[in-house]
Design a protein around this ligand. Sequence first.
Ligand SMILES: O=C(O)CCC(=O)C(=O)O
Ligand SMILES: [Fe+2]
Length: 197
Amino acid sequence: MLAPIINELVTQSWSCQPLALPRELTAALATECRARHRAGELAPASVGRGEGQQVLEGVRGDCIHWLEPGQSAASDTYLAWMDDLRQRLNQELFLGLEDFECHFAFYPPGACYQRHLDRFRDDDRRAVSVVAYLNEDWRAEQGGALRLYLDEGERDVLPEEGTLVVFLSGEVPHEVLPATRDRLSLAGWFRRRGGVL
Ligand SMILES: O=C(O)CCC(=O)C(=O)O
Ligand SMILES: [Fe+2]
């Protein structure tokens, strides 16, 4: 799984791997995300950073919960996978990735996230974005694709459980299209040292 991700990041700035995560892990993560949602632990996501941060549902309609080490066995397993990926990216691409931040995201039906880059204007630490999907039996007509805007055109990825999408945070604009059902994912970022500008 890791070798194709590394190769594709180098050749095309993005990689999509279906069936990258084991079923037991995505099922446990989906159960945890739904339980936290029912318990009211997810908060409306905001856009921007620092004092410019705002909740704008028309721009971004998901609710999120940041992962903390030790919060659950499934989350710890996912964070361990991501740390392996971080180390491989550093060994092979010399990216100097220092840490990983990641949240559950729950998009209710109709919610979207308009076209954006994952790098803030005043903070360039986010270098590589990783999204993992947790939705069983997703069908194209249910919408909810991640649309990547690439040099060669648009590319839509369905949020099917086990699919992992990795891309360079500063280079690939993308958006989340509205869906007709709940859409669960984990969105995360490998960060470099330094630079709140
Ligand atoms: O859930 C997705 O497909 C992508 C989410 C996203 O772009 C983000 O949280 O920055
Ligand atoms: Fe994004």
